[in-house]
Design a binder for this molecule. Structure first.
Ligand SMILES: Nc1nc2c(ncn2[C@@H]2O[C@H](COP(=O)(O)OP(=O)(O)OP(=O)(O)O)[C@@H](O)[C@H]2O)c(=O)[nH]1
Ligand SMILES: [Mg+2]
Length: 405
């Protein structure tokens, strides 16, 4: 399963974002370092369910597949909420940065920033608008870079010696050393080329500064990051504008405004049947007579949703998975005419696969035996035959034909 980590300075709303996305019961409080041990939960990406397509409707004669909500399919991803990071964490300030090792497993990072400017660099509460959230971006990047640098530096001497004695390429040894971080040899090669090193061809001459530079490029190549400009419900417009400008100013920086608190309020109200709300939508419907206080709270959220087209939380998870990490959703079926599995369930499964994955990869994702016995696949919409190398398109519905011997 895809793992996405939520990180950032203390008190920025990471656990609120996590709780809103997973509805897990976690601690949220208006002071720094509420979270110490990481929270782990399941969030969902949202895609249109193919069961509402005309072709599928005709074949199934069903209103809905029964696996979607209001025509949307929610496909699970793993979310990690980790402790707050402060400037100087690599030197042990705050909770230090040991817990960044939690990020090893993550394919992408959502950096939660307090766009309201109502918390200082250490997460202490200050007057709204008095701290510039743009400052939080640079320090966060620095701390992450120093974390990766630390991982390289830990064993650099050993790697150096091994490379010299065995003649193994330094990028291979670094890749082994950083396997847990998910940096590949290819990415390290590219990082070496992109880095401004004192002598690119002779690693024995690399200084600490060179290793830091290398760490920076490795991180850029291996971890995708999105910035969640949180607390927009109370943020001065200027702050949101300045953060947004970062998206345009710096290549590879993506800023998305959000209100984790609003999303949490909506999901909680929906869970309690006060409203009907589908995550990621631009509005909601009230289902019950509400108290004056509930009405006021929800109307404020409605206004916010009108400004931003929603609360931003679902949008962020979707953008990470589909835009940054480049995944597609595919639906395996056993009966390509009825769009069902052998038990007659319509579109029973949805799989997230990296773009470029093939029909055979999908077969393996369903079951290793199906992957091994793969003969060919069928596009259930067109009934066309597809070879094992066929690259999956988003929303493909695929039948795999395999031999079970
Ligand atoms: N107005 C507003 N407040 C928010 C929002 N998201 C979180 N908060 C508040 O910000 C404070 C900190 O929230 P947490 O989710 O505990 O923050 P955190 O980043 O996990 O904090 P640590 O675990 O201490 O690092 C709480 O008082 C939340 O209610 C938001 O979107 N809008
Ligand atoms: Mg927290």
């Amino acid at each position: 399963m895809i793992t996405i980590a939520i990180a950032g300075k203390p008190n920025s709303g990471k656990s609120t974002f996590f709780k809103a996305s997973t509805l897990a019961d976690v601690a949220i409080a208006a002071y720094p370092f509420t979270t110490i041990a990481p929270n782990q939960g399941i969030a969902y990406v949202k895609v249109k369910c193919p069961c509402k397509e005309e072709k599928v409707q005709q074949a199934t004669r069903a209103e809905s597949c029964g696996n979607c909500i209001a025509g949307f399919r929610f496909v699970p991803v793993e979310l990690l909420d980790i402790a707050g990071l402060v400037r100087g964490a690599h030197e042990g300030r705050g909770l230090g940065n040991e817990f960044l090792d939690e990020l090893r497993r993550a394919e992408a990072i959502i950096q939660v920033v307090d766009a309201s400017g109502g918390t200082d660099a250490d997460g202490n509460i200050v007057e709204i608008g008095s701290h510039d959230p743009v400052e939080d971006l640079a320090f966060f990047e620095t701390e992450l870079n120093l974390w990766v640098y630390g991982l390289i530096k830990r064993n650099w001497r050993k790697l150096e010696r091994k490379a010299e004695l065995e003649g193994t390429k330094i990028e291979r040894l670094l890749a082994e050393q950083l396997a847990g971080v998910g940096v590949t040899e290819e990415q390290i090669k590219m990082a070496i080329l992109a880095s401004d090193l004192s002598d690119r061809s002779n690693f024995k001459l690399w200084t600490d500064e060179d290793l830091k530079e290398l760490a920076r490029h490795m991180l850029k190549k291996s971890k995708k990051m999105v910035i969640a400009a949180n607390k927009v419900d109370i943020a001065p417009e200027e702050n949101v504008r300045n953060l947004n400008a970062q998206s345009e100013g710096k290549e590879g920086t993506l800023v998305i405004p959000c209100s984790a608190e609003a999303e949490l309020a909506l999901r909680t109200a929906a869970k309690n049947k006060l409203i009907a709300y589908v995550p990621g939508e631009g509005g909601f419907e009230t289902l019950q007579e509400l108290t004056e206080q509930q009405k006021r709270g929800l109307e404020r959220i409605r206004a916010l949703m009108q400004t931003y087209g929603g609360t931003g939380v679902q949008d962020i998870i979707n953008r990470v998975v589909f835009d940054l990490l480049d995944y597609v959703v595919a639906y395996p079926v056993e009966d390509e005419h009825k769009f069902t599995d052998s038990a007659g369930r319509i579109l029973p499964d949805a799989f997230l696969l990296k773009r470029g994955s093939t029909a055979r990869d999908l077969a393996f994702a369903v079951h290793s035996d199906i992957g091994k016995g793969f003969l060919f696949a069928i596009d259930a919409r067109t009934k066309l035959r597809l070879g094992e190398k066929y690259a999956l398109k988003p929303q493909d519905i695929i039948k795999v034909v395999y031999s079970s011997r």
